[in-house]
Design a protein around this ligand. Structure first.
Ligand code: PDD
Length: 285
């Protein structure tokens, strides 16, 4: 497998990263997971726009355009003859002797490589169980940071409980997002999801759902909602690059709606591939 390491394409076994790269000691970096369907990137430019946002907010000095990143990623796909799955990409602040302050004159480290992703068709057909979990993460969830310990711990708690996702709440009551997904509820035909602020990652799939809602004329609002609203929703569903759209049919043993994937989630899923050629979603939300 070829890996993009900064400007070079190297074999995985030759991808040498310094032990003092700040990604290792501090999780000091940002990342993206970009879906590839049938040999084509899905929403690449939206992912690159969010990557730019994460880099700017984290004050990591890496210019995507200067490095012609879109072209490099295309080359990475071509070299790997990659058709189906995802590209994982991370940019750290770079390697430097361990010390908390930003190092002077250190160049960021970029790695990108293909990862296997298959469509979650069984979960989409049957729905999944989720648990509620206190949101134990920091307050800059809008940055797609490498620091995922809170997410990882919550996901494992969900798996240990026989569920597939942990839905986070803050302040005893307000639902934010999933451990690796955005969360939506449907009540009386209206879709509701947490506003895009520092409590959540503004998912690219979330933005795509706003776009699809416009196409399908499904009302959708960004509003904070409570655990009670979540449990009494007609439908709950999650979204992400790897999940697309998946209905949540049980939360902590409370059945959602009739316990089956709901019609609105199904509409989004049906439309998902019809509108896949949309160029760029930026500023649709
Ligand atoms: N996770 N919220 C969190 C905390 C996430 O980690 C993700 C994505 C999302 C959805 O974002 P998007 O639609 O852009 O994938 C929301 C990725 C897929 C991951 O870490 O594997």
């Amino acid at each position: 497998m070829f890996v993009l390491l900064n400007e070079n394409f190297v074999d995985r076994t030759e991808c040498l990263i310094d032990i003092e790269d700040r990604a290792n000691q501090f999780g000091d970096g940002v990342y993206e997971v970009i879906r590839v369907y049938d040999g084509e990137f899905f929403l690449l430019h939206d992912h690159l726009r969010r990557l730019t946002y994460s880099l700017e907010e984290a004050k990591i000095d890496y210019d995507i355009r200067h490095h012609k990143l879109a072209e490099q990623l295309q080359k990475l796909m071509d070299m790997n003859e990659f058709k189906e799955g995802g590209i994982y990409l991370q940019i750290s602040r770079g390697a430097s002797p361990r010390s908390h302050p930003f190092p002077a004159d250190t160049k960021p480290t970029l790695i990108a490589y293909p990862i296997p992703v298959s469509r979650p068709t069984e979960s989409q057909e049957q729905g999944i169980n989720a648990i509620l979990h206190e949101d134990i993460r920091w307050l800059r969830c809008d940055i797609k940071s490498l620091n995922l310990l809170g997410n990882v711990m919550a996901k494992q708690t969900a798996l240990d409980a026989g569920a597939k996702e942990a839905i986070f709440y803050r302040d005893y009551d307000h639902i934010t997002e999933g451990s690796s997904t955005n969360v939506f509820i449907v009540k009386d035909g209206v879709v509701k999801t947490h506003p895009a602020n520092h409590f959540i990652l503004n998912g690219i799939t979330r933005l795509y759902i706003f776009y699809l809602a416009e196409q399908l004329q499904i009302p959708i609002v960004e509003e904070v909602y409570s655990i009670e609203e979540l449990k009494h929703a007609d439908e709950v569903f999650i979204s992400s690059t790897t999940s697309e759209v998946i209905s949540v049919t049980n939360i902590d043993d409370v059945q959602i709606g009739n316990g089956k994937p709901g019609p609105i989630a199904q509409k989004f899923l049906d439309a998902f591939f019809k509108h896949k050629d949309v160029e760029q979603l930026s500023n649709t939300n």
